[in-house]
Design a protein around this ligand. Structure first.
Ligand SMILES: Cc1cc2nc3c(=O)[nH]c(=O)nc-3n(C[C@H](O)[C@H](O)[C@H](O)COP(=O)(O)OP(=O)(O)OC[C@H]3O[C@@H](n4cnc5c(N)ncnc54)[C@H](O)[C@@H]3O)c2cc1C
Length: 400
C-alpha cells in the first residue's frame, strides 16, 4: 500500500478542489458547517447530491456499470478528504452506502433497474427499519410481523430510532416471516414505500433538542412481495452484509478536519492562565494524543479500502473502525467543549438551523459544539453499539 500521492493523484486532487470551490454554494457550506450529527438535513444533502450526480460523482464506491466514477481507492480517499476539508454537506448513507450495495448484491434485475438510478440521482430518500422496541443489539429477536397474503405481505408492529423517517419516502426493513425455529431463520428483508396506508411516524426528540429519530408504526400495511430482497426467511444474511457497509470507513478525513479546526481554535482562543489555549500543556497533550489516534484510524481505513478494492467485504475491520472512529469523535467533541468554555452552555437551537438568519451568541464555531457533543454520544450506540462491535472482534479476530 503506497500512500504517497502520484502526479495523477495530485492532478485529481486539484480537479476535486476546483470543483468544490465552484460548486459548493455559501448556503451548502453553511449547512455542512452546522451539521450536528452524522448527516446533513435532507434538503441540503439532496441538493448537494444532485450537484455531485450531475458531475458523475454521487457514488464514489459504486461500480461503473451502476453509475460509479471508476475511481481508484486513493481517488476515493482524496475525494472524501477534500469534501470534508471544504465543509461539504454529508450525504445520507442510507441509499448510497447501505441499501444501494445490498440491491447490487442481492436484488433482482428489476429491482436494480428501478432503484439504483433513483438512489444515485437522489430521487428517493431512504430510512433504515432494523431496530424495534426490545430488539436493538439482539436484532434477531425482532417481531414486526409480515404475513403473506396473495402478492402482498401484511405488516403489523413498529420500528424505533428510525433516522430521518419523517423525511424518507422509502424504507428498507427487516420483518418476521416465520416465528418457529431459530430467530435468524425467520427474517425477511423488504423495501417499502413510506406513503403506504397504515404507516405513521412519531418523532423522538434527542438530547440536543433535534428531530432526527422516530418511531414508525405499521397497522396492517400491505407491502408488495416484489419489494423483497433475497428469499423469504433469508433476510438475516442480507442484513449482515449491509451492516458491514454501515459500519465501514469514511471517518478519518472528517476526524482530521475536526482536529485541525480544534488546533486552530486552540491557537486563537484564550486558556485559563491568560495565554492561548495551545500553550496549556495538558490541552496540547490531549490534542497530540488525538492526532496519533487519527493517524492510526487513517491507516486502518486505507487497509480496509484496499481490501474492498480487491472485491472483499470489509469484514470485522469495519467493527474496529466503527469503535475507534466513534470514540475518537467523542473525544474531539469533549476537547471542543473544553475549548469553548462557558459559551457551550448557551442553547441556540433556532440559530443553528441551516437556513437561519439569527444573531449568534459567542463565536460562530461554538454554535454547534454542544449539540454535536450531545448528538454524537449516540455514535457509539447506533449502527450496533461499540460493546457489540467488541464482541464481534473478540469472536472473529481473536477467536475467543
Ligand atoms: C441516534 C440514533 C439513531 C439510530 N438510527 C437507527 C436507524 O436509522 N435505524 C435503525 O434500525 N436503528 C437505529 N438506531 C438504533 C440502534 O441501532 C440501536 O440503538 C442499537 O443497536 C442498540 O440497541 P438498543 O438501543 O435496543 O440498546 P440495547 O440493545 O438494549 O443495549 C443497551 C446497552 O446494553 C449493551 N449490550 C447489549 N447487549 C450486549 C452484549 N451482548 N454484550 C455487551 N453489551 C451489550 C449495549 O451495548 C448498550 O450499551 C439508532 C439509534 C440512535 C441512538
Amino acid at each position: 500500500m503506497d500512500l504517497d500521492l502520484t502526479a495523477e493523484d495530485r492532478a485529481f486532487q486539484d480537479e476535486v478542489r476546483a470543483f468544490l470551490e465552484t460548486s459548493l454554494t455559501p448556503e451548502l457550506r453553511k449547512a455542512g458547517r452546522r451539521t450536528t450529527s452524522v448527516f446533513t438535513d435532507r434538503d441540503y444533502s439532496l441538493a448537494w447530491q444532485k450537484i455531485l450526480h450531475a458531475r458523475g460523482w454521487a457514488a464514489p464506491a459504486w461500480p461503473v456499470q451502476y453509475g460509479g466514477p471508476g475511481w481508484s481507492e486513493m481517488q476515493r480517499y482524496i475525494f472524501a478528504a477534500e469534501c470534508a476539508r471544504a465543509g461539504a454537506p454529508s450525504l445520507s448513507p442510507m441509499g448510497l452506502k447501505m441499501v444501494g450495495p445490498v440491491i447490487m448484491g442481492y436484488g433482482t434485475d428489476e429491482q436494480k433497474a428501478f432503484f439504483l438510478p433513483r438512489i444515485l440521482a437522489g430521487e428517493d430518500y431512504w430510512c433504515q427499519g432494523y431496530s424495534e422496541p426490545g430488539s436493538g443489539s439482539d436484532l434477531a429477536s425482532l417481531q414486526l410481523s409480515a404475513i403473506r397474503d396473495g402478492d402482498d405481505y401484511v405488516l403489523s408492529g413498529s420500528k424505533i430510532w428510525t433516522t430521518h423517517a419523517h423525511w424518507a419516502n422509502r424504507m428498507f426493513c427487516l420483518v418476521r416471516t416465520r416465528k418457529e425455529g431459530k430467530p435468524q431463520a425467520g427474517i425477511t428483508f423488504l423495501l417499502l414505500d413510506m406513503t403506504l396506508p397504515g404507516i405513521s411516524v412519531r418523532p423522538i426528540i434527542t438530547l440536543a433538542g433535534d428531530h432526527e429519530v422516530n418511531q414508525v408504526f405499521f397497522d396492517n400495511v400491505r407491502v408488495p412481495v416484489s419489494g423483497r430482497v433475497g428469499e423469504e426467511n433469508s433476510g438475516w444474511t442480507v442484513a449482515k452484509y449491509l451492516l458491514e457497509f454501515e459500519r465501514g470507513g469514511g471517518s478519518a478525513a472528517g476526524l482530521r478536519v475536526s482536529l485541525e479546526r480544534l488546533r486552530g481554535l486552540a491557537r486563537s482562543e484564550g486558556g485559563d492562565d491568560g495565554g492561548k489555549l495551545i500553550e496549556d500543556v495538558a490541552y496540547r497533550g490531549k490534542l497530540a494524543a488525538a492526532g496519533v489516534a487519527v493517524d492510526a484510524i487513517e491507516m486502518t481505513e486505507h487497509r480496509v479500502l484496499a481490501a474492498l478494492a480487491s472485491g472483499n467485504a470489509p469484514g470485522p475491520a469495519s467493527s474496529m473502525l466503527k469503535t475507534q472512529g466513534t470514540e475518537l469523535m467523542q473525544r474531539l467533541d469533549e476537547l471542543a467543549l473544553e475549548g469553548l468554555g462557558a459559551y457551550a452552555a448557551v442553547d441556540q437551537i433556532e440559530a443553528r438551523a441551516p437556513g437561519a438568519n439569527i444573531d449568534i451568541i459567542g463565536p460562530e464555531h461554538g454554535l454547534v459544539t454542544a449539540a454535536r457533543y450531545l448528538n454524537n454520544r449516540a455514535a457509539s450506540i447506533y449502527g450496533g453499539s461499540n460493546e457489540i462491535q467488541r464482541d464481534i472482534m473478540a469472536k472473529l479476530v481473536l477467536g475467543l
